[in-house]
Design a protein around this ligand. Sequence first.
Ligand SMILES: Cc1ncc(COP(=O)(O)O)c(C=O)c1O
Length: 380
Amino acid sequence: MTARLGTLDQFPPAERYVYMDAASVGLSQKSGAEAISKWQQALADDGTVAFDEQAEVDCLDGLNNAAAALFNAGTSDIAVASSETVLMASLAWAVMPAAGTNIVATDTTHPSTIYPWIRVAQTTGAEVRWAHAGDDLAIDADELESLIDDRTSVVCLSHAEYGTGQTYDLKRFADAAHRHGAVCIVDATQSAGQVAIDVAATGVDAVATSTYKWLCGPFGTGFMYVAPALQKLNPGIVGWRSHEDMWDFQADRLVLPQSAKRFEFGTMAYGTALGATQAVNYLLEIGIERIFDHNRVISGRLRDGLQGLGAEILGPGDAASRSATVAARFPGKDSAAFARTLKDRQVIASLRGDFIRFSPHLYNSSDDIDRGLAAIGEAL
Ligand SMILES: Cc1ncc(COP(=O)(O)O)c(C=O)c1O
């Protein structure tokens, strides 16, 4: 029996449902959610008396520190904003891959990982070069690496793919990018919180994530690691927070901070950052490696059980390229209708394309998995 690592006092819905949907929206860590409500209420009650100008400068510091610890980065290498997408968009315009260069990506990547780069490429004339998945939606990592050449400017990857959870060896792809003078940019929205990310050991150039999935935080917050070498770039999105002293309003000049903070540009739902800080620190206290090991056990049990029920499992065959997401098709079943049936039985997963994506996390136990499998077996 594998007990929950995330306890029910912090994740009460884990008792009510067999909740296997972190790849869509993770269960929110309860004290983080409470911190957000408290901040919002204080603002409603007292306005700037509760949240003054200094607070508006300092309010992202906690998340900045937590994110640095999560990625093994320096605190000046982190920018906080409202989502992965805005941070990635700003970075793509900052890097601005030129005509004659190519951007390497997989065709199973999430749109928010690659659309910003496609948009820039439409303007500059850079090429987007795709690694194509097979019928099982697995990407061949060797084939992906073989696309990188001396004309590559950017290798842009979802660390874990949103559909199958396939993961990539970040050091391998950062090294390959660097050998050809390119940068390796990572979207960690499907990995941060479940797979360890060490920017120092892997040498990746930037890592952006939202917080509402495997980090068990809220919507409305994201953060990005930016390697020191990229901290000279001119962000694609700028605003009043972009200036090195944000309260020194002066419209006719912009002096960007000499740190990743130059990618912070405006107001956001600041209270969400407080909740995200608590959630990230909660996970860090448990330990990401421990969460990974736990998730490996319960997702392996789920995978084996689904196969035993006749399901076709998608994604890579080798365990080293897998995270906790398990993507499955059930022969003879319409996935959309079957996902609804499972929801009626309190088994929460998500429909993606023509398959069902199960994504258990630290708040699931092996008993949950068995309960889920029993319900799926009955539904079949
Ligand atoms: C890999 C990845 N990136 C980004 C997103 C969503 O981005 P955002 O939170 O910025 O809307 C998702 C959501 O499913 C995702 O899976």
